[in-house]
Design a protein around this ligand. Structure first.
Ligand SMILES: [Zn+2]
Length: 257
C-alpha cells in the first residue's frame, strides 16, 4: 500500500486496523473499508488499550457498540486528515463482535478540515442515561448530570457526524445478488441502517424502562408516541430494542408516559 494506489482498500486484519491505517489512507483513491475486531478497547471495556490505539477516550456506556464505531471513525478521519484526505463514512455497522465501516475518500485540505469539524466530545450519565454531545476540539465537560445531579463520563474525540449515507446504503442493498446465502440478512441490516437517524448515540428501550421500574411497551407503539410528541425516532441496528431519537431522556419519559 505504500508503493501503489488502489481504487478501493479493504482492511480486515486480526484485531485493530490501526497499524495499517496510515498506509491505507495514502493508498486508497475512492473507498477505504475497515473492519475492527478489537471491540473491547474500542468501546472502553479495555480502557488503556483503547486510548493507546485510537488516541481517544472511550467510555463503556450502555451504547458501547456505537461508542466503538465512533471511536474507530474518529481515528480513521484523523489519520486521513494528516494526509489532507477527507474520509466520509457512507456505511457502518456493528455486527457479531466486529465493527465495519466504508469511507469515501476525497483529497484536499479544506475537505479534510470539514471532516474534523464533525469530531467532538460526549458527556454521559450512567445512572439516568442522560447524554449530550458537542462538536469541538476543546473538551468542555459538564460537572454533573443536569437531570439527576450525579457524576458523568466524557468520551472523545469521537465521530459525531453521520455514520452512513442513506442513498449509498440503499444502492448497496439493491446490488446484493439473490444467490448470496446472506442476502436476506444483509438486506434487513442495510434497511435498518438506511433508516437510522444521524444521532451519535442510541438508547436501549429496555434499559430505560428498567430505570423507570416499569414493563417495556411494544417498540412500534413506543416510537409512535415519540413521533406524536414531535420528535424524530427510528429503530437502530444495534439491537431489537434499540432506537435513536432527537429527544433527551427526560423528554422521552414525558412523551411515552
Ligand atoms: Zn443523570
Amino acid at each position: 500500500m505504500h508503493e501503489h494506489y488502489h481504487d478501493v482498500v479493504d482492511l480486515d486484519p486480526f484485531g485493530t486496523p490501526v497499524p495499517f491505517a496510515d498506509a491505507a489512507v495514502r493508498s486508497g483513491r475512492e473507498y477505504l473499508c475497515v473492519t475492527a475486531t478489537d471491540t473491547a478497547p474500542l468501546c472502553g471495556a479495555h480502557f488503556e488499550s483503547g486510548v493507546r490505539s485510537y488516541g481517544a477516550v472511550p467510555r463503556n456506556t450502555e451504547f458501547h457498540a456505537e461508542m466503538g464505531l465512533r471511536v474507530l471513525l474518529s481515528a480513521l478521519v484523523r489519520t486521513a486528515a494528516r494526509y489532507d484526505v477527507a474520509a466520509r463514512p457512507v456505511l457502518s455497522h456493528v455486527s457479531s463482535h466486529y465493527v465495519r465501516t466504508y469511507l469515501r475518500l476525497e483529497s484536499g485540505a479544506r475537505a479534510a478540515d470539514r471532516r474534523i469539524e464533525d469530531l467532538g466530545y460526549l458527556d454521559h450519565c450512567q445512572h439516568c442515561l442522560w447524554r449530550d454531545h458537542e462538536a469541538t476540539l476543546v473538551a468542555d465537560p459538564v460537572d454533573d448530570c443536569p437531570d439527576c445531579g450525579r457524576s458523568t463520563w466524557t468520551a472523545g474525540p469521537i465521530w459525531l457526524g453521520p455514520a452512513h449515507d442513506a442513498g449509498f446504503v440503499r444502492e448497496v442493498a439493491a446490488a446484493i445478488p439473490d444467490g448470496f446465502g446472506t442476502a436476506e440478512k444483509s438486506r434487513d441490516l442495510l434497511e435498518t441502517v438506511a433508516d437510522e437517524l444521524h444521532e451519535p448515540t442510541h438508547y436501549d428501550q429496555h434499559r430505560l424502562y428498567e430505570r423507570w421500574n416499569e414493563p417495556a411497551t411494544a417498540m412500534d407503539e413506543f416510537l409512535a408516541a415519540l413521533r406524536a410528541a414531535g420528535f424524530d425516532a427510528s429503530r437502530s441496528h444495534y439491537g431489537g430494542t434499540t432506537f435513536k431519537t432527537d429527544a433527551g431522556v427526560a423528554a422521552i419519559r414525558e412523551a411515552v408516559d
